[in-house]
Design a protein around this ligand. Structure first.
Ligand code: SAH
Length: 399
């Protein structure tokens, strides 16, 4: 049962693994692994004692990702199938009202480095480590068998070239079954969203914002002018328009995303001509609105992750403060700001502090009227603090 490949931990470094953390850093090993290919199943040991078993990624700083702490558990097709089944059971119990949701959420589902999202009858899978490549076929087969009703599984691996890299250019391909259509129309709480699973960001849509889109739809009632910064394909924009905003400005750097946003408006019976789609930098747009004295009753601000490494956290906090300050300058008194951070390295407390600083500097009084995290299909293993990444604050401008 034991793996023939044993990697010895440095003294006293087994504790966090025993406590359930899934990562072994290269510097935690007594000696680097030699000559073993990516994906090799290895046992991490302390002296003679088994600690955990995982897969090797020799070129990553996270040299082993843990799959099990049961010495008797073999990593074979049945293992992947059990883990996938466990993840899907959680979704069946806790996710409803949508034809798109996250099926497998990496570390927090006991599947480190594996992400899969479902869009109607297609699954899109992303592997974030070279060590998963030899196991891909088992994972795909487990998904196909456990879902039972898929038409196809599409793969878009994102294996980083080095540790500061978010991932190589994802090259998609069909891993099983049918080719997904050019655009997939999903239904999310009664809203249609068009998704490009081949070229869209991540797997096509930011599913982690699903419940926040529903919230924005509710918040838009009686708020005629709305602004959605970093709108991507317009999920929050359509939500605001359906909820009651008469005029929604969607802003993004990406022209293709804005075009898909227009199509998504149409798919929901909304005329894009009644709204605006502003291509450009969010800071520039906010500066020009400020000069014009333009005000909005609802502002949504959901930028890309600012801190991609621990070193970048301070800069990210300053970035959140200045972005939110600029957003507050176009928020009408009585208006709502929905502001998000998806940087795992920035805590909810730090993010709230950054927004507090923004309010102070722009001499705006704010009340926190809501606060959310990621939904159940993006679970958080309590042992894996890096899994707490999405934070959203809802703030009302008092004066
Ligand atoms: N809010 C979106 C997801 C945002 S992803 C949703 O709910 O679906 C981040 C988006 O920000 C991307 O579409 C990217 O093109 C855009 N972006 C990045 N930097 C930007 C900038 N400086 N100004 C405007 N948009 C930007």
């Amino acid at each position: 049962m034991r793996s023939e490949h044993r990697l010895e931990l440095q003294k006293d470094l087994a504790r966090h693994l025993r406590a359930g953390h899934p990562w072994v850093f290269k510097k935690a090993l007594a000696r680097p692994p030699r000559g073993l290919p990516a994906g090799t199943i290895v046992d991490v040991v302390e002296g003679d004692r088994f600690v955990a078993r995982g897969y090797l990624d020799p070129h990553s700083a996270i040299v082993v990702r843990i799959l099990t702490r049961e010495e008797g558990e073999e990593i074979d097709a049945a293992f992947w199938r059990r883990r996938v089944a466990r993840a899907l059971a959680l979704r069946r119990e806790l996710v409803s009202g949508t034809s798109a949701y996250r099926l497998l959420h990496g570390e927090s589902d006991g599947l480190p480095g594996v992400v899969a999202d479902r869009y109607e009858r297609f699954a899109v899978i992303k592997l974030y480590s070279a060590g998963l490549t030899p196991h891909r076929a088992d994972i795909v087969e487990a998904l196909r068998a456990e879902c039972g009703d898929l038409a196809g599984v599409y793969g878009r691996d994102e294996i980083p070239r080095d540790d500061d890299d978010e991932g190589g250019a994802p090259e998609g391909k069909v891993l099983w079954g049918a080719e997904p259509p050019e655009l997939l129309a999903i239904d999310e709480h009664g809203v249609k969203i068009l998704v490009d699973v081949r070229r869209g960001q991540k797997t096509g849509l930011f599913l982690d914002q699903r419940e926040n889109r529903r919230l924005v739809r509710e918040l838009a009632r009686g708020r005629p002018e709305a602004l959605n910064l970093f709108s991507y394909t317009g999920g929050f924009s359509v939500a605001a328009a359906l909820g009651g905003a008469r005029h929604v400005v969607s802003n993004d750097l990406d022209q293709d995303a804005l075009q898909l946003a227009r199509e998504t408006f149409k798919a929901n019976g909304l005329d894009p001509a009644d709204h605006a789609f502003a291509k450009g930098d969010a800071f520039d747009l906010l500066a020009s609105y400020k000069r014009q004295g333009r005000r909005f009753d609802l502002v949504v601000c959901d930028p890309p992750a600012f801190a991609k490494s621990q070193k970048a956290v301070e800069g990210a906090l300053a970035g959140y403060a200045s972005l939110n300050r600029a957003a507050l300058q176009v928020l009408a008194p009585g208006g709502l700001l929905v502001t998000c951070s998806c940087s795992a390295r920035v805590s909810a407390e730090q993010f709230t502090e950054a927004v507090k600083e923004a309010a102070f500097k722009s001499r705006v009084e704010l009340a926190l009227v809501g606060e959310t995290r990621q939904p159940a299909d993006h679970p958080i293993s309590l042992q894996f603090r890096e899994g707490r990444y999405l934070k959203a604050l809802v703030l009302r401008r008092l004066s």
